[in-house]
Design a binder for this molecule. Structure first.
Ligand SMILES: Nc1ncnc2c1ncn2[C@@H]1O[C@H](COP(=O)(O)OP(=O)(O)O)[C@@H](O)[C@H]1O
Ligand SMILES: [Mg+2]
Length: 366
C-alpha cells in the first residue's frame, strides 16, 4: 500500500524503514526537502500546505501522522477522502492535556491531581487546592519538557504564569515518583491488541535519555494493570495503530502521566530488541495486516538517545551488541540526532554495555 505520513521527522523515517520490507511505499508531507524522512519516499513540500496535503491524499491509500501536534481540523478534512489512522478522534483527545486527563477521569484511570488554568487567578486558586510543588504545562504543543514550569514556592506564581504567555494551561501536582515507565501497545483495524512489556525511562532536563527494556522488578500485576488502562483507552478511542502511555510508578501504584497516539521514543529499542518493532507494528495496524509478536528477542535491551551532538560513534559500531541509528539531522543543542540500541543476554552484560557508552549519557546517571 501507499502510506502517506503527515510529517517527515525521525519517526516518519523509522516508520518507512519498518514498512518497506512489507512492500509498502511512503510519501511524506515535509517542511524542508532535507527532513529526516525525505530520502525515504515521495516528498510533498508543505509550502503551499493545502495543495500539498491534497497531493499527499491523492498519492496515499492510507494516511498517518508522526506527531500529536498535527492540525486536527486538517486531519478531519483529509479523512473525508482517505482513511486516516489513528483517527481524528484519537488525535483530538491526545493533543490536549486537558481532554486527555478528562478521558482518564472518565475511565477511572489514575493520574496526578490537576486543574485547568486560563488566568493568574485560576493559577492561584489551583495552587490553593493542589498545593506545591506543582507543574504548570501548556495544554497543547509541549514536548521534551518544553512549555513547562515547576513551581516550588508561592513567590514563583507570577513568573510561572508569565512564562505561559497567556495560553491555556494545566496545573498538575508534582508526583514524587519512584521511576518513570511507559507502555506501548498497538491495536489493529479488526480489534486485535498487542502490548510490549513495560519499560523504564530516565529523563534529563525533560528529555528522554535512556530506556531499559523490560523494566526491572515489574510483577505480573503491574504489567496487567498498565495493560488494562491501555486496553480501555484503545477501545474507547477506537484507536488504530500504536498508542503509548507514559506513567509514574509511585508507592501507591501507577499514575498515568500522558499518552501519545504514535510510535514513541521509549519504543525505539524494539527495532532490534523485539520480534516486531513498534514501527512495523504501526504500519501493519494501519494497513490492515496481522499484528506482529511483541516479545523481546533476548532477555535485556536498552536504548540510549544521541542528543545535541553525534560524538564518537565508532565505539558503537565496534560493539557486537550495539546498533546505531542516525536520523540525518544537523547537530543542535538538545536535539534528538539518533539513538543506540543495546541487546544483552544478562543484566550484567547490559550494565557493562551501557557503561561503555557512558559518553552518550548525562554524568549524573553514573
Ligand atoms: N506531575 C509531574 N510530576 C513529576 N514530574 C513530572 C510531572 N509531569 C511531568 N514530569 C516530568 O517531566 C517530564 C516531561 O513531562 P511530560 O508531561 O511527559 O511532557 P512532554 O510532553 O514534554 O513529554 C516527564 O517525563 C517527567 O519526568
Ligand atoms: Mg512525556
Amino acid at each position: 500500500m501507499k502510506i502517506g505520513v503527515l510529517g517527515a521527522g525521525q519517526l516518519g523515517r523509522m516508520l518507512a524503514l519498518g514498512g518497506y520490507p512489507l512492500n509498502h511505499q511512503f510519501g511524506f508531507s515535509a517542511n524542508t526537502k532535507d527532513a529526516p524522512a525525505a530520502s525515504l519516499g515521495r516528498v510533498f513540500l508543505a509550502k503551499k500546505k493545502i495543495d500539498n496535503i491534497q497531493a499527499l491524499s491523492n498519492f496515499a491509500d492510507v494516511i498517518t501522522f508522526e506527531s500529536e501536534n498535527t492540525d486536527a481540523e486538517m486531519v478531519a478534512q483529509i479523512s473525508k477522502n482517505v482513511a486516516v489512522y489513528p483517527s481524528k478522534k484519537s488525535l483530538f483527545i491526545t493533543q490536549h492535556r486537558g481532554r486527555e486527563k478528562a478521558l482518564f477521569d472518565k475511565l477511572n484511570i489514575p493520574c496526578a491531581p490537576y486543574q485547568m488554568i486560563n488566568s493568574l487567578q485560576d493559577l492561584k486558586a489551583g495552587i490553593e487546592s493542589i498545593g506545591l510543588p506543582a507543574i504548570l504545562k501548556t495544554a497543547t504543543e509541549g514536548y521534551d519538557g518544553k512549555g513547562q514550569f515547576l513551581i516550588k514556592t508561592t513567590n514563583q506564581i507570577n513568573q510561572a504564569w508569565q512564562n505561559m504567555n497567556g495560553v491555556a494551561s494545566i496545573l498538575e501536582k508534582f508526583v514524587d515518583f519512584k521511576r518513570e515507565l511507559s507502555l506501548i501497545a498497538v491495536r489493529s483495524i479488526d480489534n486485535d491488541h498487542k502490548y510490549y512489556p513495560l519499560v523504564e525511562n530516565k529523563h534529563y532536563e525533560g528529555i528522554l535519555r535512556l530506556t531499559i527494556a523490560p523494566a526491572q522488578a515489574v510483577d505480573a500485576k503491574m504489567q496487567k494493570t498498565a495493560e488494562h488502562y491501555m486496553q480501555i483507552l484503545l477501545d474507547k478511542m477506537g484507536h488504530v495503530g500504536v498508542l503509548t502511555l507514559e506513567m509514574f510508578e509511585t508507592s501507591e501504584g501507577l499514575l498515568i502521566n500522558e499518552m501519545a497516539p504514535r510510535v514513541h521514543n521509549s519504543g525505539h529499542w524494539s527495532i532490534e530488541g523485539a520480534n516486531t518493532s513498534q514501527f512495523e507494528n504501526h504500519v501493519r495496524a494501519i494497513t490492515g495486516m496481522p499484528l506482529g509478536d511483541t516479545k523481546l528477542r533476548q532477555p535485556y535491551c536498552a536504548m540510549i538517545n544521541i542528543i545535541g551532538e553525534i560524538g564518537t560513534t565508532d565505539k558503537v559500531l565496534n560493539m557486537a551488541n550495539a546498533h546505531l541509528h542516525l536520523y540525518a539531522k544537523a547537530a543542535r543543542k538538545n536535539r534528538k540526532l539518533g539513538h543506540i540500541n543495546i541487546t544483552a543476554q544478562s543484566k550484567l552484560e547490559l550494565e557493562r554495555s551501557i557503561k561503555k557508552l557512558e559518553c552518550f549519557l548525562p554524568k549524573s546517571f553514573f
